[in-house]
Design a binder for this molecule. Structure first.
Ligand SMILES: CC(C)(COP(=O)(O)OP(=O)(O)OC[C@H]1O[C@@H](n2cnc3c(N)ncnc32)[C@H](O)[C@@H]1OP(=O)(O)O)[C@@H](O)C(=O)NCCC(=O)NCCS
Length: 185
């Protein structure tokens, strides 16, 4: 298996893969200028610094245009953060549990509210329980806590939970998804 194959996943005609040609980032518009700029400028610097990796979702093999972009980095969650301790082996309790953080996510404007973002999240969940080099138990995100609650509702719809109510008035809310819920091994 090549390095490229390990870092991509296909489903029902959609493909999620790493961004290798940065030119495809410059036409991307998810309606949030800060996010667009992040993907076009900061994400490249973060990648060079080995902090994050940007993946893109495309609809067809032929057209190399991102329908959605997602930026990811390694993360860990302090066990004490959970209000309910996750199901873990009894003999070893790690103080931190391994996870992957969704640092940024945007769906291209014409494709929003059509289920594309949810499909992307499902593909990311599968990506991190398949052919892993290291253990990864959770996906995490700091979701925008805007008045419309759009991002929070989006993550809730996709099975993410809040750690606590302590951040309910903050600009972003920390959320997690337990990959054990879909893991078959
Ligand atoms: C938030 C975002 C990623 C969601 O992706 P999407 O493809 O539009 O979402 P989906 O179509 O899969 O919708 C899933 C759920 O999200 C919520 N949602 C999506 N669009 C919404 C809207 N316009 N208003 C309120 N809730 C919405 C709903 O709960 C929806 O479920 P439903 O279809 O049963 O009502 C996308 O709208 C986006 O890129 N927005 C701009 C950038 C942003 O806010 N990113 C989030 C970073 S934390």
């Amino acid at each position: 298996m090549s390095q490229k194959e390990r870092n991509e996943i296909a489903d029902s005609g959609w493909k999620l893969q790493k961004v290798t040609d940065n030119d495809i980032l410059f036409t991307f518009d998810c309606g949030n200028q800060d996010l667009n700029e992040y993907f076009q400028i900061d994400a490249l610097l973060h990648k060079e610094a080995l902090i994050t990796q940007t993946y893109y979702l495309k609809a067809t093999e032929e057209l190399d245009l991102p329908v959605a972009l997602i930026d990811l980095c390694n993360d860990s969650i302090r066990l004490k953060k959970f209000s309910q301790i996750p199901d873990l082996p009894e003999n070893k309790r790690y103080p931190f549990l391994p996870s992957v953080k969704i640092t940024r996510l945007g769906v291209s404007l014409p494709f929003q509210s059509l289920g594309v973002g949810s499909h992307l999240i499902n593909m990311v969940k599968r990506l991190f329980i398949t052919r892993n080099r290291t253990g990864c138990r959770f996906l995490t995100v700091d979701a925008y806590n805007n008045d419309d609650q759009k991002a929070i509702k989006f993550y809730q719809k996709n099975g993410f939970q809040h750690f606590s109510e302590k951040d309910k008035n903050k600009k972003t809310r920390a959320m997690f998804f337990d990959l054990k819920r879909i893991s078959i091994t």
